[in-house]
Design a protein around this ligand. Sequence first.
Ligand code: ARG
Length: 493
Amino acid sequence: MRTDVVRLGRLSGERTGEMMQFLSSMHADRCIADADVLVDIAHVLMLDRQKVIEHEITRQLLPALLVLHDEGIPEEVFDDRFEDVHAGIEAMLIESVGVDVGGRMHMGRSRNDEVATCIRIKLRDDLLKQMAALVKVREVLVALAEKHRDTVMPGFTHLQHAQPTTLAHHLLAYEQMYSRDFDRLRDAYTRVNLSPLGAAAFASTGYPINRELTARLLGFDGLVTNTMDAVASRDFALEVLADLSILMANTSRLCEELIIWSTSFVKFVSLDDAFCSTSSIMPQKKNPDTAEIMRAKSGSVFGAYSAAMMTVKGLPMSYNRDLQEFTPNIWRGMHDTKACLRLLIDMLASATFDTERMKQEAAKGFSTATELADTLVRNYGLPFRTAHNIVGRAVQKGDLSLATLDAAAQELGAGLSLTAKGLTQEKIDEALDAVHSVALRRAPGGPAPFATKIALEECRKLLDRDSALVDERLAKLSTAKDELIADARRLVA
Ligand code: ARG
């Protein structure tokens, strides 16, 4: 097979293997090879319908392309000497049906619009898979939250015991983050699923092509209208990488917590053995390696995003070969994120939470002090700042007994006796009770089991909506693909 079909007219001289490997995008093109065959089929169908090529040519081109679709792309196509999969497939076609037929496929297009189209096709599929995985992660979090509405645990700020909350409240915080991650990817999809095809090199073509037709055949929701923009822009992918970076930042935080929670001094959670490793020297060790790798992978995804951003920042219009270096970052970011989400689903679902331990810790570190201050305000008419200072001084003294609180009130010069105001040890103990403190926090989104019940209902509603949206988009793409192939088969039958 000739490997120089694109070069042989204009350029002469052999290139070294090292040079060809350097210039080739073949490795990353494996991700878009199947998409390229679909793009070729849609393009040929359109050329045929617009009478840009004769029917007889179509009847020879399409069977060769359908073989690639049905049987897969032969390994010879992925030779670095072709530069990329687009040239490789064209060379293969010319080899199998002759240049008089195969040499007509590339009419009215360029590899510039071709590659942009392929990237968008692959990316939209990846996006939907990512969104489906996110729905599953959220479902696990919701199921766990449902189970742990009453599981009181300490909440932290600055990693210090702050106020009691529930495990459900904590897990639903992550569910909310992932819900926004889903929304971002959903919105990005609307800008990804647009067709650049027909832009050709950048100035479109003088052939009477039909861009709307190829867009429809390939399941796109519309066009990237300006043909220079269509080949030059990669912001649709930058946006996805930015969204994935945020998603992975959220995942990294969750993993960090699971790692802290599984230490021997916190002991809130025990991760399933399958997600842990041991030490080659310390026989007692059970290390949360999966969560650690996930925490690290977030860095790889941010790296993919920033490498992509750096690649495009100085590019003049329109296509520049730099864009070839941009593309692998998309697949890297996607791949790492997908791998993490998939494992995260099972890692969370199989985790065992030590609810007794959580309860023990819930009221430690004077974590119910806020509620005590609030009680002094609510029941005994103190200004909040005064109550805050009295309780703070009592904490400094080491306990929250009635005597210590009274001493603190005296010391702060408030000149008041809390005992005289009617404060009793019983009232103090009630305020300091973690379960009581949580139950009072019934504001929307608060940790009270009552508020959690409402939050869970809302989560479930959105989950149903989001999972239906993914199914609907998947079905639409799959129907478009089936119809494209059926169209092609009908034409050659
Ligand atoms: N392999 C190239 C890429 O990934 C395809 C487009 C090549 N275009 C060109 N003018 N050399 O960007």
